[in-house]
Ligand binder design. Structure first.
Ligand SMILES: [Zn+2]
Length: 168
C-alpha cells in the first residue's frame, strides 16, 4: 500500500495543532479503523478548529485536496464519525444535515438563504415546559435551532440594524 498520508499541500497549510498522526490516534481511540479515506476526511474535518459542515461541503473540500472519494462515502464517513462520538449531527432540513466538530452542549442560529449555521454564544438556550417523552423513551438532548432572516433595513426594531446606522 502507498503511504497513507493525504495530500496536505493541496488541502491547505499544515496546522501544527492537528498532524495526521493525531487524526489517526483519534480514530483509533473512537474505535474506528484508520483507513486512508477516514484519515483524509478526518484531517479535513478536524484540522480547522470547530466548524459546521455538510456532506456536500466536505465533499468539495475533499475534491480540492484531491482525495478520491464519492459523496456517498463522505456521507457514510460522517455518519460513522457521528456514531463513534467524533461529531455531533445537527438536524436541519431535508438533505441539509450539518455535522458539528464541537461536541459541547450549545445551540445554533441558522441564517436562512445563506445556509450557514452559527453557534449561539453562552449557555444552551434550554426550553421551558418540555413535554414528557412518550412511554418507553427518554429525552436524549434538545437541539435548538433559531432561524434568522435578514431584518428589514427600514425597521428600527432590529437592534443590530439600528446600531449600524448610528455609527454613521
Ligand atoms: Zn455548533
Amino acid at each position: 500500500m502507498a503511504e497513507p498520508t493525504p495530500d496536505l499541500r493541496s488541502a491547505g497549510q499544515t496546522r501544527p495543532g492537528c498532524p495526521v498522526s493525531r487524526v489517526r490516534d483519534r480514530l483509533r481511540q473512537a474505535g474506528l479503523r484508520p483507513t486512508r479515506q477516514r484519515i483524509c476526511l478526518g484531517w479535513l474535518l478536524f484540522s480547522k478548529g470547530d466548524r459546521h459542515i455538510t456532506a456536500e461541503m466536505l465533499f468539495e473540500e475533499a475534491q480540492r485536496a484531491r482525495v478520491p472519494v464519492t459523496l456517498a462515502t463522505v456521507y457514510n464517513t460522517l455518519k460513522q464519525f457521528t456514531i463513534a462520538g467524533l461529531l455531533r449531527q445537527i438536524a436541519a432540513e431535508g438533505r441539509r444535515t450539518y455535522f458539528d466538530t464541537d461536541l459541547t452542549d450549545h445551540d445554533h442560529f441558522l441564517m436562512e438563504g445563506e445556509e450557514e449555521l452559527v453557534d449561539i454564544p453562552g449557555a444552551p438556550v434550554g426550553l421551558a415546559g418540555l413535554p414528557p417523552a412518550p412511554a418507553g423513551y427518554e429525552i436524549e438532548r434538545v437541539d435548538v435551532i433559531i432561524r434568522l432572516r435578514r431584518a428589514d433595513p427600514e425597521s428600527t426594531t432590529a437592534a443590530g440594524v439600528w446600531s449600524l446606522r448610528s455609527e454613521r
